[in-house]
Design a protein. Structure first.
Length: 100
């Protein structure tokens, strides 16, 4: 959630979104109900309880459901002098696979 006044990132605190930059506050409503907050020391952790489709998509065939579109990301899984690993996740069934 971003602040309507200064566009900074807001954090949930006691059922209210609070902007740390300008102190603007907004009540958490039902459409924001996927956000769960848990206390850890004096800070609150925010856990998103649903998948958010923010990864880029590409054409790739899923071996489980034959869908032709997948989310993808690159991750360094081996030594730094080795190429990255491409990790795909099917947009339909969520099956994950990697390509070296």
């Amino acid at each position: 959630m971003f602040c309507e006044k200064c566009k900074s990132l807001m954090i949930p605190l006691n059922g209210t979104w609070v902007c740390k930059k300008c102190d603007y506050q907004k009540k958490v409503n039902k459409k924001d109900s996927h956000v769960i907050t848990t206390k850890r020391e004096e800070h609150e952790l925010v856990v998103i309880d649903e998948e958010v489709d923010t990864l880029p998509k590409t054409k790739a065939r899923c071996s489980k459901c034959d869908n032709t579109e997948a989310f993808w990301r690159l991750q360094q899984t081996r030594a730094a002098d080795e190429p990255e690993t491409r990790i795909y996740r099917c947009t339909e069934c969520g099956h994950t696979w990697r390509e070296y």
